[in-house]
Design a protein around this ligand. Structure first.
Ligand code: FES
Length: 138
């Protein structure tokens, strides 16, 4: 397996196994030990194209600390990508769940609520707006 050059966006398919992306995301924690738990987005910021967000999956935007999901076709959601367990970044979205492989927490890709793992608190929703084929912070 080769490690491709990966942009700041790591796209996860709801169907495929992207082990490379998961491995890369594993070292993408904030690492600031506090104060860095909020998404770094301003209202109106362009987050991602709708075509880049797979149905049932999502995209972890490591720079912005936001995870954008598409739980059902045409419905987009965004949450902080900072896991509520130990404030590391979540690592993937698949099969309708946001996963943090750092310690195994799982969140709903539709609501951000905890579905499993050590995390006890939901991921905070980030308001978004879909304009044409782009998803913007609202
Ligand atoms: S930081 Fe996400 S499960 Fe621990």
């Amino acid at each position: 397996m080769t490690a491709p050059v990966v942009s700041r966006r790591i796209v996860f398919s709801g169907l495929g196994a992207l082990g490379v992306a998961a491995a890369l995301a594993g070292c993408a924690g904030g690492g600031d030990g506090g104060g860095g738990s909020s998404p770094a987005v301003d209202a109106g910021a362009d987050l991602v194209g709708t075509a880049e967000v797979p149905v049932g999956g999502g995209v972890v935007l490591t720079d912005q600390k936001v995870v954008v999901t598409q739980p059902t076709e045409g419905t987009f959601k965004a949450f902080t990508a900072v896991c509520t367990h130990q404030m590391l970044l979540v690592t993937s979205v698949e099969d309708g769940s946001i996963r943090c492989d750092n310690h195994g927490s799982v969140y709903s890709a539709e609501t951000g609520e905890v579905e499993g793992g050590p995390a006890r608190s939901a991921l905070a929703e980030v308001p978004i707006e879909v304009r044409d084929d782009r998803i913007l912070a609202a």
